[in-house]
Design a binder for this molecule. Structure first.
Ligand SMILES: Nc1ncnc2c1ncn2[C@@H]1O[C@H](COP(=O)(O)OP(=O)(O)OP(=O)(O)O)[C@@H](O)[C@H]1O
Length: 648
């Protein structure tokens, strides 16, 4: 005996406390009790088939669940192996020990579901009293009745004989769980739990079992019927959405034994909404109703069912251990979704078109997460643009080889100019659009013009013929630009337009993302995507004021300034007012009150008044020419006719 062993003591178990914890706190929903009892009934049929093949062959296996709302009872009846009295004590009434696990270890049978010797206790989470009336196939002439309130103490008594082996478990429900006795509710719950069980499960006197659905991956279905059988299963099983297409889940390598069906759900998929819906069955019994984490995070539109014999449940049998097999299944499911989408694109063009139309936005994001999907989707997936949904290829063709994308949320002068040229512009503010198009441009070797970014604007606003001297630039900036606006001399069309204020869309986006983040309005995955392309702006330049050096008005203004003309400040004031008015109109409905208005509209309007007053002030007549005293340079600014409009 090693040192200290003489002090070994046996841990005491507070049975009452343990039973109460297991019965009432192990499971997240009282419905689990029904599942555990149906599962026991199913196991007992398997046991009978293994131990008494001749007896089992002589009767049709059947599980019947009845509810009686008036009596507040639910009963689960099977025609399985039953229990002898010693077995009742040793297995049913011993926490942590069950015959089922022993039987599986001895026979290697994969259909037996029970493993922990705990499930029966869940009956006490919903019932104030549980009775089990049972006849073992080993002693068909004897019937015993187990009875317990709370599970801590129980009695076993002889009961009147029954005609054949089997067990009836009757629950007298606690008042708060009385609704479980409603047979319609039982049909719904058991329809989902038992859909893959092989023994028919009937509710009440129903002739049709709740598990009547044909399971397409289990039954031999003729080739021509296979797709229809998959769609029927998906339509019956999918809870919220109709299926658009369904494809089998059959992993190719040995990493997982799981098998089943996946489908693309119809229905709302706005932006990055996550409607993943995957039910996992272990040896035919529902284990995890919402195992969405097994599906790739980008597959918000996928629903499915998989079953496996190798996954390891938690003791509550409501979740899965995150072990190697779990991870292998995760990988296999990702591959299956990608392959399924490929197959759909290849074989079912109508379904594929509907999927693209329904889930275009999700697919843009998905394409960014998986290279194979990008290859599949790059030329097919619709991108929202100023001219409706277009593929990247169509966008490129209409943009003379370049893909145009606006970083802002619509409106703005740069877009108006492009629209005037009939070039569609992708909506870069929508989920995944910008990173998708960047990737597309990179892989397809085409130009991308990002409107609102400095480089994108350079496409529209060409350099001036000659750079302006720093001193003139300083004067123009002071005269025309507000704080946060950078004055950029440029040449652009039409020449009659003297200046354009273009908000920095990256700065705008950055501000918006920071706002959204503060409000926690966007999910973190989308946020990361968005941040990736706003990281390069520091946000100090809110807007660029492009001054058109090709514009006669600007040329006249500069000439007046260079000539020291006193009217140049008045003319500049007018241009400044024009800028503010145009920017206000251009940003209406998009930038909002916090948007880059380029200045105060009231002040701009007042500025026009001041300029007009200065220009129309009473003048001293000049006898020699008979003309008024308007300074020559100002007159050229506002008097088209005199110059014949030749440069306009
Ligand atoms: N309807 C039944 N017919 C025959 N035997 C039953 C029935 N219900 C329970 N038993 C016996 O009681 C044992 C204990 O059942 P319990 O539900 O507690 O655990 P289990 O099914 O073995 O495992 P798990 O906790 O994983 O469900 C079973 O192993 C089985 O031997």
């Amino acid at each position: 005996m090693s040192e200290g062993q003489e002090n070994l003591r046996t841990t005491e178990v507070d049975l009452g406390g343990l039973v109460s914890v297991l019965a009432t706190h192990l499971y997240s929903t009282p419905l689990v009790a029904l599942r555990e009892l149906v599962q026991n009934a199913h196991d007992s049929h398997t046991r009978r088939r293994l131990e008494d093949p001749a007896g089992a062959a002589g009767h049709a296996p059947r599980i019947t669940v009845r509810g009686d709302v008036a009596r507040r009872t639910v009963s689960i009846e099977d025609t399985g192996a039953g229990l002898t009295e010693p077995e009742i004590h040793a297995y049913l009434a011993t926490v942590g020990t069950g015959y089922t696990r022993l039987l599986r270890e001895v026979t290697g049978n994969e259909e037996l579901i029970g493993a922990f010797g705990l499930g029966f206790l869940s009956a006490f989470s919903v019932a104030e009293e549980v009775t089990v009336t049972t006849v073992s196939h080993r002693e068909p002439q004897l019937c015993h009745r187990y009875r317990s309130r709370g599970g801590e103490q129980y009695s076993v008594e002889p009961a009147p004989p029954r005609p054949s082996p089997g067990t009836v478990v009757e629950l007298t429900l606690k008042p708060e769980h009385g609704h479980l006795a409603d047979e319609q509710a039982l049909r719904e719950v058991l329809g989902r739990y038992c859909v893959l069980l092989t023994v028919p499960v009937h509710v009440g006197d129903d002739e049709e079992p709740v598990n009547h659905l044909l399971v397409p991956w289990r039954e031999p279905v003729p080739e021509a019927r296979q797709y229809a059988a998959r769609m029927e299963f998906a339509a019956a099983f999918g809870r919220r959405f109709e299926p658009l297409t369904a494809f089998p889940f059959q992993p190719l390598d040995g990493g997982t034994d799981a098998i089943g069906l996946l489908w693309v759900q119809d229905g709302g998929s706005y932006g990055s909404s996550d409607n993943r819906d995957l039910a996992v069955y272990l040896r035919g019994m529902l284990l995890a109703d919402d195992a969405r984490d097994l599906l790739p995070s980008w597959a918000g539109f996928i629903g499915g069912v998989v079953e496996s014999n190798r996954l390891t449940p938690t003791a509550s049998r409501e979740d899965l251990q995150r072990d190697d097999h779990y991870r292998a299944l995760q990988q296999a499911l990702t591959d299956a979704v990608v392959n399924g989408l490929y197959e759909t694109a290849r074989l079912r063009p109508a379904a594929w078109r509907r999927i693209l139309a329904r889930h275009g936005q999700d697919l843009l994001g998905a394409a960014l997460c998986d290279d194979r999907l990008f290859t599949l989707l790059a030329d097919d997936v619709p991108v929202p643009t100023s001219q409706g949904d277009l593929t990247a290829g169509a966008l490129r063709a209409a943009g003379q080889g370049a893909v145009h994308v606006a970083l802002g949320s619509g409106g703005g002068f740069e877009e108006m100019l492009y629209r005037a040229m009939q070039v569609p512009i992708a909506r870069g503010d929508r989920y995944a659009v910008l990173p998708f198009l960047r990737r597309y441009a990179q892989l397809r070797d085409c130009r991308i013009v990002e409107l609102g970014s400095e480089s994108g604007n350079r496409e529209l606003f060409r350099d001036p013929e000659r750079p302006l001297p720093a001193e003139e630039l300083g004067w123009l900036t002071a005269a025309l630009a507000e704080e946060g606006e950078q004055l950029v001399p440029a040449r652009f069309d039409p020449p009659a337009l003297p200046l354009v204020l273009v908000p920095d869309r990256e700065a705008e986006l950055k501000a918006r993302i920071e706002d959204d983040q503060a409000d926690a309005r966007i999910p973190s995955a989308a946020l990361r995507l968005a941040r990736a392309f706003t990281a390069r702006t520091d946000g100090t330049v809110r807007a660029r004021l492009y001054l058109n050096t090709a514009s006669p008005a600007v040329q006249d203004l500069l000439r007046a300034y260079r000539g020291g003309h006193t009217g140049s400040a008045t003319a500049a004031g007018l241009l400044r007012s024009l800028k503010v008015i145009m920017a206000t109109a251009g940003s209406a409905g998009s930038a909002g009150p916090a948007g880059p208005g380029g200045g105060d509209l009231g002040a701009a309007l007042a500025g026009i008044g001041t300029a007009v007053a200065a220009l129309t002030a009473p003048v001293v007549p000049v006898p020699d020419t008979g003309q008024d005293a308007l300074p020559a340079d100002l007159r050229t600014l506002f008097d088209d006719d005199e110059r014949g409009g030749s440069t306009r």
